[in-house]
Design a binder for this molecule. Structure first.
Ligand SMILES: Cc1cc2nc3c(=O)[nH]c(=O)nc-3n(C[C@H](O)[C@H](O)[C@H](O)COP(=O)(O)OP(=O)(O)OC[C@H]3O[C@@H](n4cnc5c(N)ncnc54)[C@H](O)[C@@H]3O)c2cc1C
Length: 186
């Protein structure tokens, strides 16, 4: 049983995984390699003069793995409720987790499997997004959404930041108090 399962390893999912894994939570990321970031060339990501989308995504996954996150390269086809959390099914297997963060980019087809509310997107070319509150909570308790699929502006600095924000909210709920992750210059 994982503490957190993150569906999608783009900037939103990778960033969320970095925070949950670094916080010591058992984290799994499932990714189907269908992300839009892999087509981007970035000159507007704060703190990075220029980077290709694939390099940004690869580095993010490496950072999360460094802190113990596990990556499963597979497309999640179904989410269902279990006694203690959720079961995520993919072609050759399944995982269970207490919390799920959807970071699925332009894809929201998983909504149907467990009755997640969606709404029309407001950003250019984004048709449908998960209906989340300000914390990133969907209408199903324990399932959260971050990044493009949660309706934020379609830019890597924002989707990555949203992934971090939602992860911090999940961590705060798991720990029972507001969470902060600050390393100090030595
Ligand atoms: C051509 C192009 C150029 C761009 N240029 C810029 C730019 O210059 N600057 C900028 O800031 N932004 C740019 N962007 C936008 C930027 O890439 C996105 O805003 C942002 O990075 C999206 O991040 P995300 O994590 O929300 O989604 P994505 O990066 O799309 O990641 C979503 C991930 O979820 C996975 N996934 C979805 N469903 C499932 C499932 N069922 N099971 C498993 N995995 C699943 C996908 O495979 C994917 O890897 C550009 C986008 C495009 C297309």
């Amino acid at each position: 049983m994982y503490d957190v399962a993150i569906i999608g390893a783009g900037p939103a999912g990778g960033s969320a995984a970095l925070f949950t894994a670094k916080a010591g939570k058992k984290t799994v990321i499932l990714d189907s390699d269908q992300g839009i970031t892999k087509r981007a060339m970035l000159y507007n990501h704060y703190g990075v003069k220029e980077i290709t989308g694939p390099e940004l995504v690869k580095t993010g996954i490496e950072q999360a793995k460094h802190y113990g996150a596990e990556l499963i390269e597979a497309k999640v086809t179904n989410i269902s409720k279990t006694e203690n959390g959720f079961k995520l099914q993919y072609e050759n297997g399944e995982v269970e987790a207490k919390h799920v963060i959807l970071a699925t980019g332009v894809l929201t087809d998983l909504a149907e499997s467990i009755g997640l509310k969606t709404k029309p997107g407001t950003e250019p070319r984004i048709k449908t997004v998960f209906d989340v509150d300000a914390d990133g909570r969907t209408n199903v308790e324990g399932i959260w959404a971050a990044g493009t699929c949660a309706g934020v502006s379609v830019h890597t600095i924002i989707t990555a930041g949203d992934g971090a924000k939602v992860a911090i909210n999940v961590l705060s709920e798991l720990n029972g108090e507001r969470y902060v992750d600050h390393d100090v210059l030595k």
